[in-house]
Structure formats: structure tokens, C-alpha cells
Design a protein around this ligand. Structure first.
Ligand code: G16
Length: 540
């Protein structure tokens, strides 16, 4: 069977170069032109995974925040979570094997995983708006068909919508209706239910301007707005009608450059947000009373959400352990605020939502957010059951029951499968409304430590190895000690470096007591990385 499948696909999607490609932070990412055979082969792998799990598997074609020429693919497991890490290795093997050995590798996976090839397979796929995504989606479908899998193609979706569909399908609709309208209705109904009863909205305004990175999120949020009535006004910018995907706009651009994107003329009083290219990340921003640009990144969203949920849990009287997961990129001030002020335990995971998600599962209610705006909340089955039951429990006080009902509706508003810019946006709006916050009030919760993120190009980024939490470089020799020496020169400073899993670069992060100091430290660390880890191109 594998031989026949390989015979069907290789004439159309041959492996043209022996360039090694690795399943990274969020699947395979590289130039779209290098991907046809990889994506076709991921169709084969998705079928095997579906047969093994006896469930529907998802495949998303996107390179998210990367430039338009790049593309990528990631597999989604039955409950809408990222592909199990042990299978990433299989994916990498399949992507890199020569055409004549492909059948052999497929057969060995079938044998090793004891896959029953008689079990039917279903794969749900979707793509973002990149020009190369259309033909790559065809390549994927050819791979799925070659192993007799059924393919349900949703066409254009945001990445989190695809994750949502997979979970709906595998829970027979218990998680929601497996359609775009089902997704929109679920979110909108919960949003309106949470927002409408608020009578004292304080400084809150229900108007928001969203930079959609010229990506797939633009048309999707336009669809969602139709379900919201007049409860939220969303002005959609960078909707792809003119600009280029992720170019000088989008969540990554705004976060890294700490400035307003092209396409938005930021003036005082405006409340703005940016999605990334596939709408799985969101950051907020505004112009403060000081006439300066202020970023409200994933850390700010995490603190807002954790505080809100913690209060609600307290009001229900239930004993549920709530925790927050961040990465090394989390601003030191946010971690301090969460630990000291909110009194919520914080755990640190490696970059990549798959790592944060895995750690968040350890809590009854696990809030996880990367500083770049990628995150969500997950509720354990037991916690969710307790909350739903409390909402109906007549022996509780009315206030306790109401808090439990509000929690239930919040659960419905949250896309628990993965970070979701649209769902996160609605959740933030609900919380701001309930708190009576404008952006300035939210901003004043705590002060960020000034920070800077930069990139360095090196010949081979894999020479940089780090500890599990990514805060220390363990190789090459001398790199960490050189960083330590630099950090000592600044106050309240911290810096770390790590190879990106989505771009061919090394990321450098620095934090210090002033912006000048953070900038200077980041620049000095870049030079050290360039000198010790084999920098290429112009020295920073
Ligand atoms: C992906 C991952 C995120 C990660 C980001 C950057 O985001 O899903 O978890 O933070 O890449 O990763 P790296 O620093 O390894 O390049 P996205 O939005 O591009 O899918």
C-alpha cells in the first residue's frame, strides 16, 4: 500500500533538493517553493496518525508571522492540540528521506506504531492567504488521497479555527458546531452574554481598531462582527486588500519594534490590537496620556485574564488551582505582578505553545501566554465539570451561582485548543468592560521593565543549545559566560539567546532598568553571538 502511494505522488512532488528541514516550534517553515514534497508527505503522515488515533487529524498550511514568501505546515491532534512531540521526529524523517526510501520509512512507522491500515482515516485541512498556500493545499490533498484518506478541506481559515474544527469533529459537536458559523455563533453568543449585563462600564469603550497583518484574520473577524450586533465595534485595518502579509504590520512587527503598524494612524484615545498572519496571536496597543506608544503584549493579557479568572473562582467558593505559564521572554515585571499581587503561581516553559500547553495541563485552570501574544486558557475536565455543576447548584448562594455561570460562559468564549486572536480579543474586551478599564487604566496595573528583542544571522543556528527553560546557553563554549559578563554591567538586567524554531536566525532578548540600557545590552549580546556562534553577513 505504501509503495503504491509513493508511486502516485513522487512524479508530481519529488524531493528536489537534499536541504534538511526540521519540524520546529510550530511545524515545518521555510520558503514556500521548498515545500511541495514536504506538505504532500505530511498528507501521508496525517492519514497514518488518523488511523492510529481512530480520530480526525488536522493539517494547517501557514507560516503565521513569517514573510509572505515563506510557508509551512503543522499537524493538529484529535482534541485540537499540537501534534504529540514524539511524532515530530517521524515527521522530520518523512520530510527528509529520499523518494526511493519513502515507502520503506512509511512501512517502518506502520510497523513500529502498530497501525491498522484497515481503519478509515479523516484529515481536516485549511490554509492561510499566502499565494503559495493554494498549490500546497493541493499537494497535501494528493498525499491524503494516496493513502485512501478522506480529506475535509475548509479552504481559508485562521489557524485556531482549524484547531477548533478538529476538536468539534472528534467530540461529535460537544465542543461546538464544526462550521465557521458554528465557531462565530459560539463566541458571539458567549461574548454578548458576558458583556450585556454590565451596567457600570466605567472608562470602557466598545470600539476597537484591529490591524489584521493583511492576513486571513481580516475576513474572518469581519464575519464574526456580523454576529455581535452593536455590542462591539471593530474597525478592520490591513485587511489584505492592498498591503503585503505581515509587512510592517501584524502582532510580531508591533511587538518586536514596539511601534504602531503601517495602516493605523494612532491618536490618543484609540484602542488598537494587532493579529499575526494566521490570527493565532494578538497584542494590544495605544497612545498614552504621555503621548507615547504603549504595547499591551501577551504578558499584559495574561495578567488581565489570570486576575479575572482568579476573582471569579474565589466568588464561586470552589477550590480550584489556577496557574500561569510564561516563557523566558516574559517581562520580569509581569512575573513579579502575577506572583506578588495576583498571588497566582507561575511556571516557565520553553518557547512554543506546545510546551506551554503541556505545562498548563498541570493546573485545574491553566492560563498560558507567550509575551508575543500567543496564548489561551485550559480547564481540566474535572474543573469544568465542577464549575458547570456549581452554576446549577441551588444550595449555593446566588452570588456563588452567578460567578459559576459567568465562568461557564467564559469557558465557552475561550478557544481552549490553542491561542486564538479573535477569541482572546473578545475575552480581553469582556474583562476590560467588567473592570471599567480604558487602555491607560489597564496599562497602569504595573510598569514593564524596558526590553529589546533582536535577531542575529549565523551560519548554523543549531550550534546554539540552551537549558530547558532557554534562559542559559549551554553551547557553544564561552557564549553564556560572555553574556553573563555583559549583564553585570547593567542594572536589573537579564539577557538570553536561543535559536528560532520558525526563522533561520538566533533571537536575542535583553531587559534592563532603562530603554537605553536594554538596547545597549541587546546590541552587545548580538555582537557576542555573532563572534562566538559563527555570525554571517554584516557584524551587528
Ligand atoms: C510560533 C509558535 C509560537 C512561538 C513563535 C516564535 O508562532 O507558535 O509559540 O513563540 O513561533 O517561535 P521561534 O522564536 O522559535 O521562532 P507563530 O505565530 O509564528 O505560529
Amino acid at each position: 500500500m505504501t509503495e503504491e502511494a509513493v508511486r502516485q505522488i513522487t512524479p508530481y512532488f519529488p524531493r528536489k533538493s537534499d536541504k534538511f528541514i526540521q519540524y520546529g516550534t510550530a511545524g515545518f517553515r521555510t520558503k514556500g517553493s521548498d515545500l511541495p514534497h514536504v506538505i504532500c508527505r505530511m498528507g501521508l503522515l496525517a492519514v497514518l496518525r488518523s488511523k492510529l488515533k481512530k480520530a480526525c487529524i488536522g493539517v494547517m498550511i501557514t507560516a503565521s508571522h513569517n514573510p509572505e514568501d515563506d510557508n509551512g505546515v503543522k499537524l493538529v491532534d484529535p482534541l485540537g492540540e499540537m501534534l504529540e512531540i514524539s511524532w515530530e521526529k517521524l515527521a522530520t524523517n518523512i520530510a527528509n528521506v529520499s523518494d526511493d526510501k519513502l515507502s520503506e520509512v512509511l512501512s517502518s512507522i506502520i510497523e513500529q506504531e502498530k497501525i491498522d491500515m484497515a481503519v478509515p482515516a479523516t484529515v481536516i485541512c485549511a490554509r492561510d492567504t499566502r499565494p503559495s498556500s493554494v498549490s500546497l493545499s493541493e499537494a497535501l490533498q494528493r498525499g491524503i488521497q494516496a493513502l485512501n484518506g478522506e480529506c475535509i478541506d475548509f479552504g481559508l481559515l485562521t489557524t485556531p479555527q482549524l484547531h477548533y474544527m478538529v476538536r468539534c469533529k472528534n467530540t461529535n459537536g460537544a465542543y461546538g458546531k464544526c462550521t465557521e458559523n458554528g465557531y462565530n455563533a459560539k463566541l458571539a453568543v458567549s461574548f454578548v452574554k458576558l458583556q450585556n449585563p454590565v451596567t457600570d462600564k466605567g472608562k470602557y469603550t466598545s470600539e476597537l481598531t484591529v490591524d489584521c497583518a493583511n492576513g486571513v484574520g481580516a475576513n474572518k473577524v469581519k464575519e464574526l462582527i456580523k454576529f455581535l450586533g452593536d455590542s462591539l465595534t471593530v474597525n478592520v485595518c490591513n485587511d489584505g486588500s492592498t498591503g503585503k502579509l505581515n509587512y510592517m504590520c501584524g502582532a510580531d512587527y508591533v511587538k518586536v519594534n514596539q511601534c504602531s503598524p503601517n495602516g493605523i494612524n494612532l491618536t490618543p484615545g484609540m484602542k488598537c490590537a494587532s493579529y499575526d498572519g494566521d490570527a493565532d496571536r494578538i497584542v494590544y496597543f495605544f497612545m498614552g496620556a504621555d503621548n507615547k506608544f504603549h504595547l499591551m503584549d501577551g504578558d499584559r493579557i495574561a495578567t488581565l485574564v489570570a486576575g479575572y479568572l482568579k476573582n471569579l473562582v474565589k466568588e464561586t467558593g470552589l477550590t480550584l488551582n489556577l496557574g500561569l505559564v510564561q516563557t523566558a521572554y516574559a517581562n520580569g515585571s509581569s512575573t513579579k505582578y502575577i506572583t506578588d499581587k495576583l498571588q497566582v503561581p507561575v511556571a516557565c516553559a520553553a518557547t512554543g505553545v506546545k510546551h506551554l500547553h503541556a505545562m498548563a495541563v498541570g493546573f485545574d485552570i491553566g492560563v498560558y501566554f507567550e509575551a508575543n501574544g500567543h496564548g489561551t486558557v485550559i480547564f481540566s475536565d474535572t474543573a469544568e465539570a465542577k464549575i458547570r455543576e456549581a452554576g446549577k447548584n441551588e444550595s449555593l448562594t446566588e452570588a456563588q451561582r452567578k460567578a459559576a455561570e459567568t465562568l461557564c460562559t467564559s469557558i465557552d468564549l475561550i478557544n481552549q485548543t490553542v491561542g486564538d486572536a479573535i477569541s482572546d480579543m473578545l475575552l480581553v474586551e469582556v474583562i476590560l468592560c467588567k473592570q471599567g478599564y480604558d487602555m491607560q487604566a489597564w496599562f497602569e496595573c504595573y510598569s514593564d521593565l524596558p526590553n529589546r528583542q533582536l535577531k542575529v544571522k549565523v551560519k548554523d543556528r543549531t550550534v546554539i543549545k540552551t537549558t530547558a527553560d532557554e534562559t542559559q546557553a549551554t553551547s557553544p563554549d564561552g557564549l553564556q559566560s560572555a553574556i553573563d559578563e555583559l549583564v553585570k554591567k547593567y542594572n536589573s538586567a537579564r539577557s538570553f539567546v536561543r535559536p528560532s524554531g520558525t526563522e533561520d536566525i538566533v533571537r536575542v532578548y535583553a531587559e534592563a532598568d532603562t530603554q537605553e540600557a536594554a538596547d545597549s545590552l541587546a546590541n552587545e549580546v548580538c555582537k557576542v553571538v555573532y563572534d562566538i556562534a559563527g555570525g554571517i553577513g554584516e557584524r551587528p
